[in-house]
Design a binder for this molecule. Sequence first.
Ligand code: NI
Length: 138
Amino acid sequence: MKKVRVIRRERFNAAHRLFNPNWTDEKNELVFGKCSNKNWHGHNYVLFVTVEGHVDDDTGYVIDLKILSDLIKEKIVNKMDHRNLNLEVDFMKDCITTAENIAVKIYEQLEEGIKSTGNNLHSVKLYETENNYVEYYG
Ligand code: NI
């Protein structure tokens, strides 16, 4: 059977602030600069979720993209879109809301649901800006 990777793109807009609570305001300002603005700032995040699996003989699919899209909406987009990532997203509590950490947390939120479709979550790619993005492979 042939292994193929299927990629779904989703988008969400969210506010955040880079802030390490173990540091003084001055140190946060020094390390994170304007990303640490206490009045928050926002990004238009673009998320790519890559699922790897075998092509089903009956459907010709690895995974029905409607199922993948619904899963990402339920677990990620509905919880993060138009939210404050530092204050309102349960699974981002107690971590600095860098793109790196967000990608890892998103991966962890999706892993089990994708496994239950008989496929593997290959990677999560998250664009914070057009020029800056991160990838996590689990
Ligand atoms: Ni930012």
